[in-house]
Design a protein. Structure first.
Length: 101
């Protein structure tokens, strides 16, 4: 991995600044509201920095410093419940929990 290249993911951008991994959330048009796919992209970004042995700390923040995160998209959770898609709902809730730990 070239430490000077910017890593691009769908709505998450990562780069290194010395030993600091910087992960920017770039879904401000939705107030960085967490959805299953967005949470997955954030997890991938954090995981990428975690695997980089030179990165000592990870900063997660908004791309334009306007909106940190609006929280989870409860419409998605209600839709999963309505469709009786409990496996996906459990996976999403687990993923949200893991983002906090």
């Amino acid at each position: 991995m070239d430490r000077h290249n910017r890593r691009h993911m769908y709505d998450v951008h990562g780069r290194n600044s010395g030993r600091l991994g910087i992960l920017k959330l770039n879904k401000e048009y939705r107030f960085n509201t967490l959805t299953p796919s967005f949470a997955h992209e954030i997890s991938r970004g954090i995981g990428s920095f975690y695997e980089d042995r030179l990165t000592r700390a990870i900063y997660v923040g908004p791309e334009k410093d306007e909106h940190w995160c609006n929280g989870t998209d409860f419409r998605t959770i209600l839709h999963m419940k309505k469709e009786a898609n409990y496996g996906s709902l459990a996976d999403y809730l687990t993923q949200l929990y893991q983002l906090q730990t």
